[in-house]
Design a protein around this ligand. Structure first.
Ligand code: PHE
Length: 446
């Protein structure tokens, strides 16, 4: 605690930092959204486009965020003030607000995943058809007591991890949870691929269908890359501020992007073979996770275990992403308001929980609407389509045009490291990424 005031916290090890960043990136977006969007956009054809965009534009923005954080050694707001000042700290403010808002509803869904681990053992597996599973899900999310309780417990876990600090909390939790996630993932992939009839699902997922590739495919891919890599809201600026001076940041960026893409890809190898083996429509979209999959698991031998494992996977993914969102907020309170980590976590955890209550209750318990959508969907729409992309755009412009030299100096570890891709990277930040982001925003607003 005394040290906390004098010296900024740092990652204890390279692997801890990588796992925490991968934990942020790997979330609900990888496990339900990626497979579904890939299926919709022509399978393998989409995969190729996605990988290309994630490793160029996505990775470039990630590198910019890490470098801003490490160069400034400050939270998202303080970093912009430290490096430039003027109106730029507003970008950090926006990131902070987005992290606060996203967490308030992301943790609601996190609560659902937690509840479904237990539901796997208490009757969920006796619902063999999809309409029964759907009734059960809609009943659950409309039950105020259950939903609020699950949300509260989930939020409590997020607060506890962040309360413990960067090394003892976030890093340690990531070192346990992320390997756990990989093991569960591999077990489920093996199960799915060995189901009779799995090959039809593999073909659907991986056989390229170029007729489905259109302009909007590219925009879908880019939007997915941004969301999946947790870009645009100061998470990676905050995480970057705990990186040591000797770390090779470009290399870390490649590792994190690779792990995130790998998990998304493997999630598809669970979902499509499983769904196809039981002859169910794979285009179910958002409902796939909580409705279709439990119904499918209920028909498998040992369904309880597969279902529980699947929700453990989702739960870990949601928890580590939520922790990264919360650290953005806590880091701000510590640096800028001078609060202790304990006070920041408790007060902000309470505030986020309270702000999330309307989202939690808007899914059937009470008709809480905004802009013609449920409160939860309205928050999600606003963050994804407007705030995240605006944040990403401004970060590109900031590094590409405003503080370029300082950031170049940081990435090269003050000249000790040769980053061979410096020029293409700058080209992406200055022109390619801003144009691409404006395109995503435009299509999202239509
Ligand atoms: N990257 C996370 C995912 O794929 C989502 C997320 C976005 C988490 C933004 C935190 C912030 O689910």
């Amino acid at each position: 605690m005394k040290q906390e005031k004098m010296e900024r916290e740092q990652w204890g090890s390279r692997i801890g930092f990588l796992l925490a960043s991968a934990g942020s990136a790997i979330g609900l977006g990888n496990i339900w959204r990626f497979p579904y969007i890939t299926g919709k956009n022509g399978g393998a054809a989409f995969l190729v486009i996605y990988i290309a965009l994630a490793f160029t534009i996505g990775a470039s923005v990630m590198l910019a965020e890490f470098a801003i954080g490490r160069a400034a050694k400050k939270n998202a707001v303080g970093a912009f003030r430290e490096l430039k000042g003027g109106v730029w700290p507003l970008v950090g403010w926006m990131g902070l607000a987005v992290a606060f808002i996203i967490l308030s509803y992301y943790a609601v869904i996190g609560g659902w995943t937690f509840a479904y681990i237990f539901k796997s053992f208490t009757g969920l597996m006796s619902l063999h058809d999809i309409s029964a599973a759907q009734d059960s899900f809609l009943g659950f999310i409309a039950n105020p007591t259950q939903v609020l309780l699950a949300f509260f417990v989930f939020m409590l876990m997020v607060v506890l991890v962040v309360y413990k600090g960067v090394g003892q909390g976030i890093e340690r939790a990531s070192k346990i949870l992320m390997p756990g996630l990989f093991i569960v993932l591999l077990v489920l992939v093996t199960r799915a691929l060995t189901l009779p009839g799995a090959s039809k699902g593999i073909a659907f997922y991986l056989k390229p269908d170029f007729s489905k590739v259109t302009g909007s495919t590219i925009i879908d891919a880019l939007g997915q890359a941004f969301y999946s890599l947790s870009l645009g809201m100061g998470i990676l600026i905050t995480f970057g501020s705990y990186i040591g001076k000797n770390e090779n940041i470009p290399k870390s960026v490649v590792t994190v992007t690779f792990l995130d893409t790998l998990v998304a890809f493997l999630a598809g190898l669970i979902i499509f073979p499983t769904v196809f083996a039981f002859g169910i429509d794979a285009g179910a979209g958002p409902g796939l996770t909580f409705i279709t999959l439990p119904a499918v698991f209920s028909k498998m031998w040992g369904g309880m275990v597969w279902s529980a494992l699947f929700f453990v996977l989702l739960f870990i993914a949601a928890l580590t992403s939520s922790v990264s969102l919360f650290e953005v907020v806590v880091s701000y309170c510590k640096d800028e308001l001078g609060w202790s980590r304990g006070k920041s976590s408790l007060l902000m955890g309470t505030a986020i929980f309270l702000f999330g209550v309307p989202s939690a209750l808007s899914q059937g318990a009470y008709p809480i609407n905004l802009f013609g959508k449920s409160f939860l969907d309205a928050m999600d729409w606003m963050c994804n389509n407007i705030l995240l992309t605006t944040g990403g755009l401004l970060i590109c412009l900031f590094v590409g045009w405003v503080v370029t030299d300082r950031i170049k100096d940081d990435i090269s570890n003050k000249g000790r490291l040769n980053f061979a891709l410096m020029s293409p990277w700058l080209l992406i930040l200055r022109f390619l990424a801003p144009i691409a982001i404006v395109m995503i925003m435009w299509s999202g607003l239509r």
